[in-house]
Design a protein around this ligand. Structure first.
Ligand SMILES: Nc1ncnc2c1ncn2[C@@H]1O[C@H](COP(=O)(O)OP(=O)(O)OP(=O)(O)O)[C@@H](O)[C@H]1O
Length: 345
């Protein structure tokens, strides 16, 4: 390895539907919502990340707020590149190694097409990446959570993000069976909005629904336990007037039931397609649950009940993908089987 290569800047990117995380030389340098405010006429970026999120619903008609990713994949490449470029330029760089190009690794959904992957690589090249590697998100999440997936032993990883739930059976660093399901955290939020409208005739916004999900949200109703309540405000459907109601954790559990059942069904489908030797490993190791959606209360218990398998909640589920990607980029030799087996171009 030449001295030049040794000092090459290394960037790992988890460009998620909800959040974008970037590590630079081993540290998380960027952690923002994946959202940009753009001037309609000039196409100029007005704000990115948290700043753009704060502008949502409050900008003039000359500006628009854009989420570059939908259902786990880039839906608006121009906005995604502009957002990533702004984030990369915001990374505080060391005074000595001000490199103008990087080695970059980007996590992609396990069912991304070769066309999608090529488009991601081309975008990265336009962002001056000298060398670009891609890694499947569930594999990155598992490595980031400390799972040793290089062993010839089967693991079942369920990564519930904002736009997709990635379900992958992994053995010896390769995905044996994988599925990207468009049922994840953002849909849970919509489920809550719809339920509150139908049950209470109250229209609530995304932020209120997200708040309900992350505070009193639960994957299971608990009939024998005293319900937990919270008060929310919204607009009454018939009168159009502001109104306040009390909502319980059981309400949220009921609203999420259909989406959670879909995830459970997909996990069971993948298990039924898993080769018997690997299924035997999974019987022992259980399910590795990660991604921001895994933070929903009692989701591990619910998944364990429906599959009859132990469920292990990963550490730092919101950071696992970027940390795992970073680990691979730092040690390409150790993880070369992962890049070779899972991403063919
Ligand atoms: N405490 C919590 N309870 C329930 N859901 C949560 C909690 N904290 C975060 N989430 C949800 O996690 C999701 C974001 O997770 P994550 O950052 O892993 O997804 P992403 O990488 O942006 O999405 P994707 O991988 O689908 O592109 C959001 O839907 C968010 O609401």
């Amino acid at each position: 390895m030449s001295l030049l290569n040794f000092y090459e800047d290394k960037i790992a990117i988890d460009l998620g539907t909800s959040n974008t995380l970037i590590t630079h030389n081993g540290k998380i340098a960027i952690n923002h919502p994946s959202i940009v405010a753009i001037h309609r006429l000039s196409g100029k970026i007005l704000a990115c990340g948290r700043e753009a999120l704060a502008m949502r619903g409050k900008v003039s008609k000359n500006s628009k707020i854009v989420s570059p990713c939908k259902d786990g994949v880039i839906a608006n490449f121009d906005a995604a590149e502009k957002m990533l470029s702004t984030f990369i330029h915001a990374i505080p760089k060391g005074a000595i190694f001000k490199s103008t190009s990087y080695h970059m690794i980007i996590a992609v959904p396990c069912e991304s097409t070769s066309v999608e992957r090529r488009a991601v690589k081309e975008s990265a090249k336009r962002l001056k990446a000298k060398k670009v590697y891609l890694i499947p998100e569930p594999i990155a999440a598992a490595i980031g959570g400390g799972l040793d997936i290089l062993q010839p032993k089967g693991h079942l990883i369920v990564d519930i993000g904002g736009g997709t739930t990635e379900i992958a059976v992994v053995s010896y660093g390769a995905i044996i069976r994988g599925k990207s399901l468009k049922v994840a955290g953002n849909l849970f939020t919509n489920d809550i909005i719809n339920y509150i409208r139908e049950q209470y005739n109250l229209v609530i916004g995304e932020s209120t629904a997200e708040h309900l999900k992350t505070t009193i949200g639960s994957a299971m109703t608990a009939p024998k336990i005293k319900p937990r309540y919270t008060t929310i405000q919204g607009r009454e459907l018939q009168t159009g007037l502001p109104k306040e109601i009390k909502v319980s954790d059981n309400d949220i559990a009921k609203s999420l039931d259909k989406s959670l059942t879909q995830i459970e069904k997909s996990v069971l489908d993948i298990l039924s397609e898993t080769p018997p030797e690997i299924a035997a490993d999974i019987y022992q190791s259980g399910i590795y649950l990660t991604g921001g959606g895994s933070l929903l209360k009692a989701l591990d218990d619910r998944l364990s009940k429906s599959t009859d398998l132990p469920v292990c909640l990963g550490d730092n589920p919101l950071e696992a993908v970027v940390k795992g990607s970073e680990a691979v980029l730092k040690n390409l030799n150790k993880y070369k089987i992962i890049l070779r087996e899972n991403i063919e171009d």
